[in-house]
Structures are given as C-alpha cells and as structure tokens.
Design a protein around this ligand. Structure first.
Ligand SMILES: [Mn+2]
Length: 282
C-alpha cells in the first residue's frame, strides 16, 4: 500500500521528490484515541483519489512519491518515539527529499522539526491546530501531544493558526513567548488575514497540520474536536499562499482518528496531502 496507489516507476525512492513516512502512534492520547489508525486510512483513501489534480491542472505524482515503511510504535515511551521519528526524517532530508509524515499523534512532530532544522537552521514552523499545545509538561511528560507546540517553539520560531483551545497558563506563556498565534475567533474579522499570516513567514518552513484545525463539520475524525474551525478552502488558501513565498522543507498531517464507516475525513486528509505536494512541485 503506497500513497496514491502508484506504479513502481513513480514510487521508487531514487526518483521521488517526496517521502511519505507513516507513523501509527497514539499512546499519549487523552480523550479519544485512534490516531494510530490514521496513516493506514490515509494511504487507503489515497489509492482512490484521482491523480490528476483538477485545481492545479497537473499530475503531481509524476514528481515521484515514495512511501517508506511504517515506523512502528516503541513500547519504551514517547521520547523514544520522537527520537525514532527524528532519525527517520533526518535520513530523508539528507537525500534532499521532502519528508511527509502521517500521524499518529502530534507529539511526533517535534522529532521531525528537529531533523529538518539540523539541515535548515533558519527554519520556521507553521502550526495549524485547534489547540495551542503549549504546555511544558502534561500528565508528567514533556512529550505528550499537549506539549507539541511548546517543544517546536523551543526549536525555532512558531506561527500558530486556527487556535481555539488553550489553558490559562498557556495564554500567559503566549504573552511573553516568541510564538505568534492567530486565534480562530480573530482570524476572519479582517479581510487581510491571509496577508497578516504571510507577513510572519519567510525562508525555510516546516508545516505541521493537526487536522482538528478544520471545523468538525469538515473533519469529525479527530480525538479532540473543537467548534469554529477553518474550512477546507480557508486552509488551502493559507497553505497555497505560504508555499508561494517560502521554501517548504517538510510537512506533517497528524491526528486523523478514523471513524469506521465514514471515509470522508480519510479522503480529505489524503487529498490535502496530495494538494500540498502539488503546491510544492513545479
Ligand atoms: Mn489539536
């Protein structure tokens, strides 16, 4: 099972612009678990997509999309898992290919960011999420999904978009931290919101997408859904505008917790990934 259900010549590692890394891990989930089933659901849905992108007018797969082996869960805890992600992503970046991590839970993303930043030291992270994820520790662990934003912010400048859930302490942290947060309730009050997000971003970029940034009407299949999220089109508009002005060195799509019998969210995730790949290829 590879991303897109591609023929071997478009799937080989040597010729691939993108390397998809499925990481079926959700051991720190606190509300609804199930993100461990996300990567397989995305890959299966991707095999049923049209490979001609009707919006971009091209067949993105011709740039080459390799799907790596599943990175299986480590029983020795989330820190070892983050390290395993870092190693795997490091090897992909070293080949000058764009890593695309499929979560799994968000606690994995700092490992990918760390690996990409080693190669691109001026990296900025664009973080889409309903949740700020800025806790220093959660349930005794600094590697919880609830701390993913904080860990990424320790590595490089962080720009958060779509946020609509955080604790009092996280709100306090934002007042003094070098994190730029676009709250969902504020984002669309001004017509220049797209421009304002773009102004925070330049150069090398990593994009981390927690799918719960989307409104649950579009994306019900997440462990911690929140109302008042972005639409499919709003999310794409932001990503398209930043990919036009930044060098995207890697991205992840995390926290899909598939709902049995409801494939629309799986399909959305697959098409989102393919569309982003399309933005990143000439
Ligand atoms: Mn979230």
């Amino acid at each position: 099972m590879n991303f897109g259900g591609l023929e071997p010549q478009y799937e080989s590692l040597d010729n691939a612009a993108f390397v998809v890394v499925p990481v079926p891990y959700d051991l720190t989930s606190t509300y609804q678990s199930g993100a461990r089933r996300g990567p397989a659901a995305i890959l299966e849905a991707s095999g049923n997509m049209e490979l001609y992108d009707e919006e971009l007018g091209k067949e993105t797969f011709r740039a080459g999309i390799h799907t790596a082996a599943f990175l299986e869960a480590k029983a020795c805890g989330p820190e070892a898992m983050v390290r395993a992600v870092r190693e795997r992503i490091h090897n992909i970046v070293a080949l000058n290919k764009i890593p695309v991590m499929l979560g799994g839970e968000h606690s994995l993303s700092p490992g990918a960011v760390e690996a990409v930043r080693e190669r691109y030291p001026d990296l900025t992270v664009l973080h889409f999420d309903a949740h700020a994820d800025l806790r220093d520790t959660y349930q005794g662990s600094p590697y919880s999904h609830a701390c993913a934003g904080r860990r990424m912010a320790e590595l490089c400048p962080l720009v958060q978009v779509g946020i609509r859930s955080l604790s009092f302490e996280e709100a306090g942290f934002l007042k003094q931290a070098s994190v730029k947060t676009f709250f969902a309730h504020n984002m669309f009050k001004n017509t220049d919101w797209l421009k304002r997000i773009g102004e925070c971003l330049r150069g090398d970029l990593y994009i981390s997408i927690d799918l719960d940034v989307l409104d649950p009407a579009y994306m019900p299949a997440t462990g911690t859904p929140e109302p008042d999220g972005l639409s499919w089109r709003q999310l794409l508009d932001i990503i398209q505008s930043v990919t036009a002005r930044c060098h995207v060195r890697g991205f992840d799509v995390v926290e899909l917790a598939p709902i049995p019998g409801l494939v629309a969210p799986d399909f959305l995730a697959a098409k989102l990934i393919y569309r982003i790949m399309g933005y990143l290829t000439p």
